[in-house]
Design a protein around this ligand. Sequence first.
Ligand SMILES: [Zn+2]
Ligand SMILES: [Zn+2]
Length: 800
Amino acid sequence: MQLEKKTMKFLIQSYAILVSPSLGQPLNDTNNDLSVTFDDGSSGGDDSSRTMSGSINKNQTIRPLVPLRNELHDFMIANFHVTAMCDDCQNALIGIVRQGFVCQRCKLICHPDCMEKISTSCRPSIKDRNRPSLLDQHIVRIPKAGGIKKGWSKYQLLNLQTKLLFYELSSDKDQKITWPQPAFIIDLTDDEFTVSSVTSSDAYHANKKDVSSIFKISVLKVSSPKQFQHTLILTNNESEKNQYVNMLSDLSSKVKTLKQTGSTRGANFIAKELFDTSKCSSLKETTAAVILDQDRIIACGEDGLYLLDISKDTSTKLSDKRVHQLSVISNGELLITLAGKQRTIRLQSLKSLIEHPLSSLDNKIIETKNSTTFAIHSISLILCVAIKNRILVYQLFSTPKPYHYSFIREFNIIQNVTYLEILTININQTEQQILWYGYPSTFVAQRLDQQCPSVSLLRDEDPTLQFFRDKPIEALRVVPVTNSSSINELLLVFRELGIYVSCSTGMRTRHRELMWTALPISTAFSDPYLLIYTEKSVDIYDVPSATWLQSLPLSRTRSLTSDGCICLSHDSELLNHHSKLLYLIQKTNLNPLLNVPERASSKSLATRGGRFRVGSSVVGTIKSTTSSSIAPISGPKDFTHISHLGKGEGLQIISGLKQVSPTSTLSSINHSNSGSTLNTNNRRSLISGPQNFVHLTHIGPSDISTFASDLSTTNTTTNKAVISAPMNFRHQVHIGHNDEIDQLNNTNNSRKGVIYEQQTNSVPLKQQQQQQQVTSSGNSTLSSQSLSFKDEDDSDQPLE
Ligand SMILES: [Zn+2]
Ligand SMILES: [Zn+2]
């Protein structure tokens, strides 16, 4: 942790930059000066209105965001308790609450981002039709814990842009989703992502006849020592497996191309092993750590404080007291801890503690007994301590030693404080220390330098935030949104979602809410990235653009520092099954805070559900055995992309699989080709494989079917005569895997229809049993209502 890390500066300034009011972008702040009204957060309902700069202005009104609308449908925001897919983009809905919109008439489901652009008409009658449940689709099997010997578990595989989400289905007959959060996530943007078919030596204990239906996905788990996560996936049949392999490898290569050309904004975090806690068992439950210098960190163990030397791989016990939180300031001189059974704040010279371990020359601040958390500003040496619903503020002095402190003031808060942080903010060209604290459903900004009321960051006027008052949501962290245009926005990180607000007005600035893949167990901020640690993964979000960029396959991991660079992982698939201290760092970071020695890879490789045999698997080569995989144009080796993968493009891969029913076979796939007069051999002879060319366009879904139909109208022999095998030419178009044609041929006549039916059926309007629970908290009603829908056909509805 950088000692100066809390010196985050962000200007509160008037800004009238008209940003496009599209989703994901900050809206124009209608108030261009700071003379705006605020609630007094500490008085809880006191109607005195004040500004951040201290003046009082009761007259100015603050306009909330205008709720999103779609003229064609009657959409309401909903909480989904089952997996759901967007009817517009076919991607999964993720999140804990408010994952998507449901039309109150036709039951169309969509992402908040997709809602405004939906142009299909509202057809309430369609909901009565019988259509397959989403649960019947995209079912794959993954080995149980302990390996293939123990059998396979059923999962539903959905995708969200470049992430594959696996939702576990219960093993009983009705296959209900056990929890509508993914059981694990695979990120296709991983640099080392590979997908391949397997041989019988890869799937050692698998049934012989299953081997041809199994494929394997590998992603990097830890980069030093290098450790992959291999996931074996059993599909319904060989042709389905080949489709998955082709589609995923195709998509992965597109993503890689985008990364190489630098056209995507990307996080590229990797994990390195810092310390194996088996060497010091009391570090298994480490709660916090700080970086001292490039080789050493201090970590709190269960029974005391430890100095870890990363380069020498040694640990030294510094103190016997249980430490809950720690901070080091003044160039490593002053150690502040929240420690002991009485949870008091202690000040200590770190230098003398390192020289004389286990000495107890600390300076206890007695009145801080039972404190919950503290925050320190490393420049001004202001210390804030939260004790239930009180905040005590102290000034520390670095000289003379031992460290002195003086009490400044006390704040009384209406609820127990759960989050505390001091940030430096520039207001009217003067830097001011602002204390941020949080309690359920609320964040408050409190100036420290003068008698000044606090400012609540969630405004009561906003009707779209009603749900915060219906149910308290834990306040986790305030994150400044730093980008080039304006620095007047904050991201408020709550347990169940993230919300963007204006720093000066406290009103929402964007409709987009950040959705987590599961409840966070800890959070961290490394500008501009927000790190959300869940039971299943470490998810990385780009704060300015409000996008989920990366998912690291590290389960049961939590952050030990506020920037997330040191974390403790209990991931059971880590080498030797020991919990590890890990170092998270951007792959491209040239100035790491820690010198982490590269560790040699062990021979054993973990795989999901047990040990994995490397054997003769052909990792990285994608071979399909179906004849339909012989493409009309062979794979280019060297080319430049001009156009890029758009949202949803290529990512409809999973939904593309819908064309092939679980029982479909190779012959049915070939059948879809029979509309074309070209057979595989003809295609092959049409154009020989180019080795060197430039891309001009990239085929979209509609283009490809046009192209295919153009070919079909032309007589094969004519084609042959007209076009001889060229050896040197420029491509106008490039065709992907042949499978794409098959699916796309079907797209127009089946895909839309199938999805539409399935969703209308999945939410029939009978509010009786809990077949499918959709809780709507509507903008218009300002109330939360819980709707339970019953399906017409009980036997087909696996939901409870
Ligand atoms: Zn969508
Ligand atoms: Zn509708």
